[in-house]
Every structure is written in C-alpha cells, then in structure tokens.
Ligand binder design. Structure first.
Ligand code: XMP
Length: 538
C-alpha cells in the first residue's frame, strides 16, 4: 500500500562617500570609489606590509589597528555578505572551526541559521560525520528529495491513518500509478472537502498539476508555484517518475520569512562543510559526505603545503563536483601551489590558535595578520577566497583579518563555550565553563585517528601540538554572534567600508607598540560590570 519513500525530512552596500584626508584618493564630488582610488589604496597597504616584511618582521592582531577614514556608512546598513569558497557564500563572514569541542550538527545548524557555516570535525568515523552533515541538511524542509508517495488505489482513510500514525504535520502527498508515474497530488483542500474516507486517492486527488524538471532551484520553484497558484511543485524526470517536491509554505518561509538571514543552498537547505584528511581517509569520507549533500570539504591538516594534501586535492577535484578547500598554510608560495592544484578556498593560520602549541614546540609559523595578507595577495590572482583561521580574541580582530585580505574568519575559542558547542560543562570556583581542546592535544590525539592524521602522527609516542582546557560559558550562539558582527559593522563604519569587498580594498593599517596596545584596552579602572563583548583574557 503506502509507498513511503521517505518520511525523514521532513545593501548590497551602497556607494560610499569616502574622503581620505586632504590630498586623499576619493573623488568627493562624485562620491565614488573609482578604480584609480582603489589602486592607490591597495598600493598604500602593500607599501605598509612590504616595509614591514623587508625588515624580516611579521605582524599579528595585537600589533596593528585599522586607520579610520571619512565615512557616511551606517553600521546597520553595511552588507557583511562574503564567500567561504569559490561557490559557497556566507551571509556573515564567520565559520565555526572543525574541532570536536566546537562544531557538530547543533553548532552547524545554528551558525548556518545566523548566516555563517560550520565545519563538522573529523574526530568521528566517516559514517558518523556524514550523519552529522545529514542532520544539518535535513533541518529545513526546502526541497524534499524523497517525498511520500501513495499509489492511486489507496483510500483516503488509509492515508489519513498513515499520516496520524507517523505524526506528519504536512498535507501534500504525491499520488502515483502502478508504474510509479506521477498522476496527481492530494492537498489540504482535497482532504478537507472529502467526507467519504473510503474513496480512493485517484477519486479525490487534484489532477491538474504543474511540475518541473529535476534540478529546479528554490527561487524558480517559488516563481512557478506562485504563477500557477499551486501549493506543491513535484519534480518529475523524463520517464514521468517523481524526483522531488517543493511545498509553497516551506519555500516562501525560507526565501522571505524569518529565514532570510539563513545561509542556505539552492535547494533551501542549511549549508554545512566537513573536514577530511588525505588519501584513503579523504576518499572514504567524501563519498559518504557527498551523498548527504555536504556543501564543501576541507582538507584539514596542520601543514597544507605537503605532497599528500596537493595530491589529494587534485584527485578530489577530478572525481567530484564539489568545492574543496585546503590548509593550513601561512606562506604565499604555499598559497600558489594550492591554488594551482585547484583549491576552491584556502585556510590560513599555522599556530595562531588559542590552544595551539605548534609554534612553540616546532618553532615554525608566521604571525597571523602578515600570513593572511601575503597568502590573500596570491590567492586573489586565482580568484580563491581565504579564510583566516585561529588567533582571534575580540570582535575587532574580524575587520583586521578582512582588511588584511581574508574573506572570512574561522573561530574555535570565540565559539567554544556557547550553548551549541559540543564540549562538556565544568564548574570551577562557582563559574560555569565548557571544555575546549586543541585537535592536536594529547587527549584528542590519543582518542582519535582524525586528530593524529591532522598532525601526521602514528598511534604511539605522540608529540602533542595543542592544549586541553576550558573557556567560560558564553550562552547562546545567537547572542555571541550578534556582538561579533556588531563589532565588525562598527569597524567597517569607522573605516568607511560599505561591504566586505570594500573593506578588503580600502583598509589601511598602522602598527602599534606595547604602550599603544595597553592604551587600547580598558585601563586605570576597576571594572564593575562586564560588557558582553569584552572579557579580560583568561
Ligand atoms: P582559536 O584561536 O580560534 O583557533 O581557538 C582555532 C584553530 O586552531 C587550529 N587548531 C590547532 N592548532 N594545535 C594547533 O597548532 C592544535 O591542537 C589545534 N587545534 C586546532 C585550527 O586551525 C582551529 O581552527
């Protein structure tokens, strides 16, 4: 009888008027950031980093600040949309780190709802990781790829009983004939106006349908349903068989309701990424992840400029039609090799993380702002977005990372300790904390192959490259992200950038001293009330 195929799914920135000091670059009369202005601003910033680099110095967040510029940009009107990879966009430029105390499905769902993206960590089997991805992808009901279908001779009574038994709260069911061809749809109206439940589906169903081809996107589906005044849009393949279903209420909610800020794919599902290793690990995971419709994968290693990463990247790009990001790196030559090998996005950061000891135990790495600047400069030539991974402490570090060339930031510490992070709670001296640990920490490597592979280590005689600890409980992610994006918007307002691309173009840096840094933080005061966006560093 019932052929239940699946029940389980169920400003732009405006032109800115920026005037950079007398003799500056803006044609104020036109108020336009011209190509010439852009070139001059980029050259000025290049000069700053060249001068620093020529002295053999590299800078990080606490070494610099952005300079302010004339601005008519209002923080609330700023567009913070960006890109994480060539084909995956972001509504806010924040990515949650692929760490076992930061991103599993709960975090990934919430951050995608806030406009960012979460990367499911790889201290899980391939199966478990794919299941986490599936939880995110099925969280919204934009596109139903295996809708419930009933054969045309099933009675309305049987269908209603089936619906009740499974507690379905939707009302559109597809009706098929014995050859599995779509013949009609049962809608809410059909059920409401049917008084004789012994009637068969084919006697009650709506036969006048509109259908669309497989592959129809969310917006096109909305247009077709609106024009045809239909509440359901079945997708039908060339043999007349059902290949999916859109329902009007879900599609409308996703496109225009309170889900407008969600980061969704073309089928209206929340976006999510997953971390993978190299060679066999990568192929085993990607196969499963792709079948759950993961949006992108990241070859996530401590040293992205290595043979294994480059070879795996090339093979994945040949075999799969999916964005593959690679990292981590901190040198421009590494960016060049990965871009040439086909990377759709780069992750920059070797050792800046709050739980990292790589720079200390191995003596390598480059302070993060210089690393972001140098790698972004190369990646830009290939049109490859850069994500600044690790080392951020305050919201003000976000505009700095983007001003140095990044398109997004990846956060571990700043998102660990939220309600949605997977870490355990701890109480310490009456204060609530959550566990946060490095993927290269002893604990993570002892218990997980994924962690050992990230640091290229075997099972025994481990040499950790990270620490285990805890961070203060921060409350719901929504409140935390509100502060981070609020800080970013404010920074962009001070600089005069109406969108992320403008920030990447016009940002100018000044180097600060220890005295400048001390002056920047609250000083000469006993703080009596904590602000939600400023905590003394633990
Ligand atoms: P934050 O500063 O946001 O950094 O806590 C998160 C990033 O740090 C990287 N990561 C590590 N790096 N040893 C390292 O050297 C580790 O154990 C470790 N665990 C995570 C990773 O890139 C993450 O996104």
């Amino acid at each position: 009888m019932a052929l239940a195929l699946n029940k389980e799914k169920a400003s732009r920135g405006f032109l800115i008027f920026i005037f950079i000091k007398p003799g500056g670059f803006m044609d104020q009369s036109k108020g336009i950031l011209t190509q010439d202005v852009k070139r001059k601003l980029i050259a000025k910033r290049d000069g700053f980093f060249r001068k620093i680099g020529n002295q053999g110095i590299a800078l990080t967040y606490d070494d610099v600040r952005l300079t302010t510029g004339y601005s008519e940009v209002l923080p609330d009107n700023i567009n913070v949309e960006s890109k994480f990879s060539k084909n995956v966009g972001l509504k806010i430029p924040i990515v949650s780190a692929a760490m076992d105390t930061v991103t599993e499905a709960e975090m990934a769902i919430e951050i995608a709802k806030l406009g960012g993206i979460g990367i499911i960590h790889k201290n899980l089997s391939a199966q478990e990781q794919a299941a986490q991805v599936a939880r995110v992808k099925y969280h919204l009901n934009g596109f139903i790829d295996k809708p419930i279908c009933f054969e045309e001779n099933v009675s309305i009574g049987e269908i209603l009983a089936y619906k009740k038994e499974r507690e379905f709260n939707f009302h559109s069911f597809l009706i098929i004939d014995s050859n599995h061809h779509l013949v009609g749809v049962l809608t809410k109206n059909d059920f409401d106006f049917c008084e004789d439940h012994s009637l068969k589906a084919k006697q009650v169903m709506t036969k006048k349908l509109i259908t669309a081809d497989p592959g129809t996107g969310l917006r096109e589906a909305y247009r077709l349903m609106k024009e045809g005044k239909k509440k359901a849009l079945p997708l039908v393949d060339k043999d007349g068989k059902v290949a999916g279903l859109y329902t009007f209420s879900d599609v409308k909610r996703i496109l225009f309701g309170d889900s407008k800020s969600f980061n969704i794919d073309r089928d209206g599902r929340l976006r999510v990424g997953a971390a993978i290793g190299v060679y066999d690990d990568a192929f085993e995971r990607v196969e499963k992840l792709v079948s759950e419709k993961v949006d992108l994968v990241i070859i996530d290693t401590a040293h992205g400029d290595s043979k294994g990463v480059l070879e795996t990247l090339k093979l994945l790009k040949k075999r799969y039609d999916i964005d593959v990001l690679a990292g981590n790196i901190s040198e421009p030559e590494s960016a060049q090799r990965l871009c040439r090998a086909g990377a759709d996005g780069l992750k920059v950061g070797q050792g800046p993380g709050s739980i990292c000891t790589t720079r200390i135990i191995a003596g390598i790495g480059k302070p993060q702002v210089s690393a972001i600047y140098e790698c972004s400069k190369v990646a830009a030539k290939f049109g490859v977005p850069v994500c600044a991974d690790g080392g951020l402490k305050f919201s003000g570090d976000i505009p700095i990372a983007i001003g140095a060339g990044a398109h997004s930031v990846m956060m571990g510490n700043m998102l660990a300790g939220t309600k949605e992070s997977p870490g355990e709670f701890r109480f310490h001296q009456g204060v609530q904390y959550k566990v946060y640990r490095g993927m290269g920490s002893l604990g993570a490597m002892e218990s997980n192959k994924g962690s050992r592979e990230r640091y290229n280590q075997g099972k025994n005689d481990l040499v950790p490259e990270g620490m285990e600890g805890m961070v203060p409980y921060k409350g719901p992610l929504r409140e935390v992200i509100h502060q981070y994006i609020g800080g970013l918007r404010r920074g962009m307002g001070y600089v005069g950038a109406g969108n992320i691309e403008e920030l990447r173009t016009i940002a100018q840096f000044v180097r600060i001293t220890e005295a400048g840094k001390a002056e920047s933080h609250p000083h000469d005061i006993i703080i009596t009330r904590e602000a939600p966006n400023y905590q003394k560093q633990v």
